[in-house]
Design a protein around this ligand. Structure first.
Ligand code: ADP
Ligand code: ZN
Ligand code: MG
Length: 531
């Protein structure tokens, strides 16, 4: 098989995603009062309604409707105030009522879209853009901006879980028997469907990542791909470059991580190219991505809407959401990652890359804002106040690099550390005021993370304070110049590179605690006076 980069030179990939998200932050299921939990004893959170017992009547969960409207507003969808639920009929033991309650042609959220910034190495999969940059220059050195339309976001209920015993990897093939756990039945799910606007596996991955950030910011789901609260199917087809008609697509299931989504699509693109180049045809089918074997295998031929015999759910009245309802939800919209990035760039002059990194992580961004708010008061107490925007960059760097690395290494989260927002500002200030070098700053910060002590305290304890007393430094410098009269002569004869030698001597004399910048300045000042 050819590699992706080669395939994409002659073929254009067309990708559309279907993203299922469980509304895990709700207390109860979609149509009954059973609690929503993960990992409970099987079949302990069930009732006649979610089991679909004859005569049991569903009552819609208003908070779930608020959540989907929130998701729609955050992704620029039109909110359809008049919609209804349908029955999607099927027979399979994961749903004992034998139908799934879902939405028909008109969903709560229609015709939305989000902008996608593709930067860095991810942009290289767009081979037709080779050597060009379509991003505003402030964004990044390489990259482009694309818009992905969202067809709809509709509401449906989740099915139960089948556990296959005795097979390989928990799959049904070869298993002896299967168990059913209905706890998950009736958990509210929102399904987002994109238009086929994505063109590379990287775009698909970035889209899903961005959507996850939006949902996390909204607080409507924990969006865990491992636990299955965020699941994604990838639809992909190929067409010859320059053609406008779409090819036949296949649909990939089991995309339970960002990497799987990317790698599964990349494999499928290469597989389809090979079939097409050998004169074969692509069957419209559902395929299973097997990450370990690195290939996709057919699961079933695609079923059509008729197979499900959709019809309006007779037990649920059609909706007519009021303007007040929609506006009340709109008023709850938090600052979204894109808005956050723009604000960070405008208010703190942060570069695009840093602002994006912070805006993409709600916890880091909140910490950053708290730090910068504390900078106002910190600064007022300083003899030489540092401008807010000069602190913003070092504070952002600490969060994006040091803090993130620490959190990853210790598998923990910010609110579980002893770090306080003020600590970041204090540390950035110590470096900005030349009280300690930036190298020492790193050491101090490691101690702050470990101990929770304030940077000032650590600097004092460790006797790290840089000697920034100009009088003292000048005395030391004079001493060194006296000690090396021949070097002074050489310097003054034009060998100005010797400045490094003098600074080195002074650093030794101060046991590494001299402020190198001040020492440098002092020597230049003293040496340039010809006597
Ligand atoms: P189906 O009827 O097979 O479910 P839909 O039209 O509902 O197909 O689309 C399902 C998903 O597949 C959407 O995300 C859509 O963007 C995508 N899609 C549709 N046609 C194509 C195609 N030819 N190639 C790639 N993706 C496609
Ligand atoms: Zn129930
Ligand atoms: Mg469809």
């Amino acid at each position: 098989m050819k590699d992706l980069q080669t395939v994409l030179r002659s073929w254009e990939a067309v990708i559309g995603l279907e993203v299922h998200t469980e509304l895990t932050t709700l207390n109860t299921k979609m149509f009954c009062g059973c609690p929503i939990t993960f990992g409970a004893e099987p079949n302990t959170h069930i009732c006649p309604v979610c089991l679909g017992m004859p005569g049991a009547l569903p009552v819609p969960n208003k908070a779930a409707i608020e959540d989907i409207v929130l998701a729609g507003l955050a992704t620029n969808c039109d909110i359809e105030q008049r919609t209804m639920f349908y029955r999607k009929n099927y027979f399979y033991p994961d749903m004992s009522q034998n139908f799934q309650t879902t939405q028909g042609p008109v969903a709560f959220c229609m015709r939305g879209g989000i902008d996608l910034e593709v930067t860095g190495p991810a942009s290289r999969e767009r081979t037709e853009l080779e050597g060009t940059s379509e991003l505003p220059e402030s964004y990044a050195a390489e990259g482009y901006l694309t818009h992905i339309r969202i067809t709809r976001i509709h509401m449906e209920e989740d099915a139960g879980k089948l556990v296959h015993i005795g097979g390989i990897d928990g799959r049904i093939t070869g298993s002896d028997y299967s168990l059913v756990d209905y706890n998950r039945v009736g958990t509210p799910l929102i399904e987002l469907v994109t238009e086929p606007d994505l063109r590379t596996p990287e775009e698909a991955r970035l889209f899903l990542q961005k959507l996850r950030q939006i949902y996390l910011t909204l607080g409507i789901s924990d969006c865990s791909m491992e636990e299955g609260s965020l699941r994604c199917d990838g639809n992909v087809s190929l067409r010859k470059r320059g053609e406008t008609a779409f090819g036949t697509k296949t649909e990939l299931k089991n995309m339970n991580s960002f990497k799987n989504l990317h790698d599964g699509l990349a494999y499928e693109i290469c597989r389809q190219a090979e079939v097409l180049e050998q004169g074969g045809t692509i069957l419209q089918e559902t395929r299973h991505w097997e990450p370990a074997a690195k290939l996709t295998t057919p699961m079933r031929l695609k079923e059509t809407a008729e197979d499900y015999r959709y019809f309006p759910e007779p037990n649920l009245a059609p909706y007519n959401l009021s303007d007040e309802f929609v506006e009340a939800v709109r008023a709850r919209l938090p600052e979204l990652p894109d808005q956050k990035r723009t604000r960070l760039m405008e208010n703190f002059a942060l570069p695009y890359v840093d602002a994006t990194a912070l805006a993409g992580d709600a916890e880091l961004a909140e910490f950053f804002d708290a730090a910068m708010a504390s900078a106002q008061t910190e600064n007022a107490a300083l003899a030489k106040p540092v401008a807010n925007k000069d602190l913003a960059k070092p504070v952002a760097n600490l969060l994006i690099n040091d803090v993130s690395a620490y959190l990853n290494a210790n598998n923990t989260s910010l609110n579980q550390t002893k770090l306080k927002p003020e600590h970041l500002v204090e540390l950035a200030n110590l470096v900005a005021q030349d009280a300690i070098s930036s190298k020492q700053g790193k050491e101090v910060f490691a101690r702050v993370l470990e101990t929770g002590s304030a940077p000032q305290e650590i600097v004092k304890q460790e006797g790290m304070e840089q000697v920034s007393d100009t009088g003292a430094l000048e005395e030391i410098a004079q001493g060194i110049l006296k000690q090396f009269p021949d070097k002074v002569a050489e310097y003054q004869g034009g060998k100005t590179g010797l400045i490094g030698f003098f600074v080195g001597q002074a650093m030794q004399a101060t046991k590494g605690q001299g402020n190198p910048k001040l020492i440098n300045e002092t020597f230049v000042r003293l040496l340039d006076v010809k006597d």
